[in-house]
Design a protein around this ligand. Structure first.
Ligand SMILES: Cc1cc2nc3c(=O)[nH]c(=O)nc-3n(C[C@H](O)[C@H](O)[C@@H](O)COP(=O)(O)O)c2cc1C
Length: 409
């Protein structure tokens, strides 16, 4: 039996390429309509995905002062969007990202308990601690707490939320999953140790198969050291993809999308992602490597690696930004045919580089529709992707123990 492959759709408004909304099969205006979310929910359920995942952005946006007006990645409240999706689907998991640094345990517990109950057991919580320094101002604070402190707070908030779920289950009867599926996204050693203690699934970058194998091995060792079963944790790296009838056509399609990019806007996104204001730099000028490495809030070594080739080839800042922001955090970008993508996914899972993928479509809904129409049937024919859901809850869909061990009385 081949190892089963799990699929998540990471939705971010109209897609993950800043210029994707300009593609002819993108429907940017639709992202403000209920109908759009319903159709996307039904689409991925037809594709037998495990779950839809939304990120969160609780920092003020607008490096350079004008991003909000030109925002190509609108972010509406994911809980409302997931509720709309829940109402027209039966199986698809509903994973929301909410920060333990800024939301209270009780508030978090209530929101996820509501989602789990109204959806029949499909709630998942991507537990993050917020990384962007601008977040603090929105909550009346001067500074983001230091990272290891944020992870200690996260452990505390999760423990308190568990107490709330226990009390609610006692009062109201068990929620279908007792508590949401715990997902974690964080790369540092502190983040990995936190994940090892709590996560049932992990969203991470894996730019290559080797990087995926190294990450998964590292996480499985940490999970084992934390006294948990590593088979109870799904590793789900991000994957951007561009599909076409040939590899050359896919590379050309990717390039055409990059050529549509508004470089100044991409520099704003890059500034926001790196936490370094690059908006006063000349888009046609060189990449300010020293400035970026001095100030970035992301792991310095990862950024140094990402800058190496573009700096050596003399890429302009604008062109670099357009390419970089389509794969923030260094997710893999696949360009090729549906058959090649299916083969790549199966190869990675077979090599134990991951348990599945968190798909980040370049533009919406067109590229995701292509995936469901063309890649899903190949994966199903290969016996790695289900053709029907095994049960009702997200934990059953993900092949995890039905009841979370940490909720045992
Ligand atoms: C792939 C990935 C996606 C993430 N998405 C979000 C997000 O949407 N919102 C958020 O606040 N944090 C997000 N984070 C998590 C934060 O980066 C993490 O909680 C932060 O404290 C940085 O920790 P780290 O250095 O351990 O990654 C994400 C992390 C990763 C790796």
């Amino acid at each position: 039996m081949p190892r089963p492959l799990h699929l998540w759709a990471f939705l971010q408004g109209i897609g993950h390429y800043p210029s994707g909304w300009r593609h002819e099969n993108a429907k940017p205006a639709d992202v403000f309509s209920m109908d759009y979310y319903k159709r996307v929910g039904q689409l991925v359920e037809r594709g037998c995905f495990d779950a839809i995942v939304f990120g969160d952005q609780i920092q003020s946006r607008g490096a350079g002062g004008h991003t909000p007006e030109r925002l190509a990645m609108p972010t509406l409240d994911p809980m409302a969007l997931l509720s709309a999706i829940a109402s027209v689907t039966e199986h698809i998991g509903l994973v929301n990202t909410l920060s333990t640094t800024y939301w209270s345990a009780e508030g978090l517990a209530q929101r996820f308990a509501t989602m789990d109950r109204i959806s029949g057991g499909r709630a998942g919580w991507n537990i993050v601690t917020s990384a962007h320094p601008d977040t603090a101002f929105n909550f009346g604070e001067e500074e983001l707490p230091e990272k290891s402190l944020r992870y200690r707070m996260a452990a505390q908030v999760v423990a308190e939320a568990q107490e709330h779920w226990r009390a609610m289950n006692h009062e109201l009867g068990n929620s279908p999953q007792q508590r949401p599926v715990f997902v974690q996204a964080g790369q540092s050693a502190d983040g990995r140790d936190f994940a090892a203690r709590v996560a049932e699934a992990i969203f991470c970058p894996a730019p290559t198969m080797e990087a995926g194998i190294a990450f998964r091995n590292d996480m499985r060792a940490r999970v084992t050291a934390a006294g948990r079963d590593p088979d109870g944790v799904r590793i789900m790296p991000g994957l951007s993809f561009i599909l076409a009838e040939s590899e050359e056509a896919a590379i050309a399609k990717d390039q055409a999308l990059l050529d549509l990019a508004d470089e100044a806007l991409c520099i704003e996104y890059l500034s926001e992602g790196l936490g370094v204001d690059l908006t006063t730099c000349d888009p046609a000028g060189p990449i300010p490597e020293d400035l970026i490495l001095d100030q970035t809030i992301l792991p310095r070594a990862d950024i140094a690696r990402a800058l190496e080739k573009p700096v050596a080839t003399g890429l302009s800042l604008g062109k670099f930004a357009a390419g970089y922001v389509r794969t923030p955090r260094g997710h893999n970008v696949f360009r090729g045919t549906a058959a090649q993508l299916a083969e790549m996914m199966i190869t990675w899972v077979d090599a134990a580089a991951c348990d599945g993928f968190t798909l980040q479509p370049a533009y919406m809904p067109g590229e995701l529709e292509l995936f469901v129409q063309e890649v899903v049937p190949i994966l199903q024919a290969a016996g790695v992707l289900r053709s029907a859901y095994p049960g009702q809850t997200l934990r059953e869909t993900m092949g995890l123990p039905r009841w979370p061990a940490d909720m045992a009385a």
